[in-house]
Ligand binder design. Structure first.
Ligand code: UDP
Ligand code: MG
Length: 319
């Protein structure tokens, strides 16, 4: 039990095949946490790892009851892991971070200071991402450009999945942001409350390799745009107006020139292809929205927990 008055920080760590780095992560993070005035719990969410990460975690949890495990029945994705962590943590403040040491544990003291100052949402912004490579960095920049133009809510570029929220904000995320297709860090930036940012340098991965392929990131980007913006749906209206104007121009041109009907075969073919292309793209966009509606409607669980360790320790009354 924490002593009366002592605050508790929950560190949520998503783990997917991180066996190579887990022990080092745990050692380095605890070295930092041990020196803080807040008590801590280290909540590992095992997202269906198949490389023995769970065994390592169980061993660590066996040695220290402050190390907790939620283990999923299969891989549900990084965001699902963070959501499970937010759901099950009992701290006054909750930090979400990656297991690969790209999110430096050395930032934790600064985060706790911000909590002490009264901030409830602390976004960690990376100044440099050494391991991502130019293509990923370029795509990431382009993505934020597009989403900020299209969406009413604004996103900070370079915000990462490294963030900290108060217990109250975690409660809001838990109750009101249960979408199946989602963008967690977008929600974190847009729930309001007193918020601040801390800059950090994302180092190279300590070991293992990135679990995010370009394809996954692309899917993720499309989902996010669809989630946060209705603008693509309006493309149909713009395209319709455009086609109507084009029709009027061609009509006037034909009436004025009166150069006989047979010529213009190429024009017809090109216009046909062009118009159908627009039409199919719009149908595809509507399809994306319907797919997401369907996913939400089915209301399948965000994650399924198979087993846990030490979760009962420090569990406070839910409010
Ligand atoms: N991760 C996860 N489930 C997944 C993919 C990744 O829990 O399906 C975890 C992974 O173990 C790591 C974090 O999410 O702790 C970030 O993943 P990664 O380092 O591969 O992403 P990157 O840093 O390259 O964006
Ligand atoms: Mg990483």
């Amino acid at each position: 039990m924490t002593e009366e008055g002592e605050k508790l920080i929950s560190v949520v760590v998503s783990v997917y095949n991180e066996a190579e780095v887990l022990e080092r992560f745990c050692r380095e993070t605890r070295a930092v946490l041990d020196r803080q005035p807040w008590d801590y719990e280290l909540l590992f969410v095992n997202d269906g790892s198949v490389d023995g990460s769970l065994d390592i975690l169980k061993r660590l949890a066996g040695q220290d009851r402050r190390i907790k495990i939620i283990s999923f029945s299969r891989n549900f994705g990084h965001e699902a892991a963070m959501i499970a962590g937010l759901d099950h943590s009992s701290g006054d403040g909750i930090i979400c971070m990656d297991a690969d040491l790209q999110h430096p544990p050395a930032c934790i003291p600064e985060i706790l200071e911000k909590f002490e100052e009264g901030y409830e949402v602390i976004n960690m912004v990376r100044t440099k991402n050494e391991s991502a490579g130019w293509l990923k960095n370029l795509c990431s920049a382009a993505f934020y450009r597009v989403i900020n133009v299209m969406s009413d809510v604004k996103f900070q570029s370079n915000a990462s999945d490294f963030f900290a929220v108060s217990r109250r904000v975690a409660g809001v995320l838990k109750e009101n942001y249960r979408e199946k297709v989602r963008f967690l860090r977008g929600y974190v930036q847009n729930v309001g409350f007193a918020k601040t940012t801390i800059e950090y340098e994302a180092g190279v991965r300590a070991a293992g390799e990135s679990k995010y392929s370009i394809r996954k990131l692309f899917r993720f980007s499309v989902n996010t745009i669809v989630c946060f913006s209705n603008l693509p749906l309006k493309l149909g209206i713009y395209a319709g107006v455009f086609a109507a104007l084009l029709g009027v121009v061609v009509m006037i041109y034909t009436l004025l020139t009166r150069d006989g009907a047979p010529s213009g075969y190429a024009t017809i073919v090109i216009l046909n292809c062009f118009m159908f292309a627009i039409l199919f793209v719009i149908v595809g966009i509507i399809g994306e929205y319907i797919a997401i509606l369907f996913t939400e409607l089915k209301d399948r669980p965000v994650y399924i927990v198979e087993e846990t360790r030490n979760l009962e320790v420090w569990r406070r009354e839910k409010n």
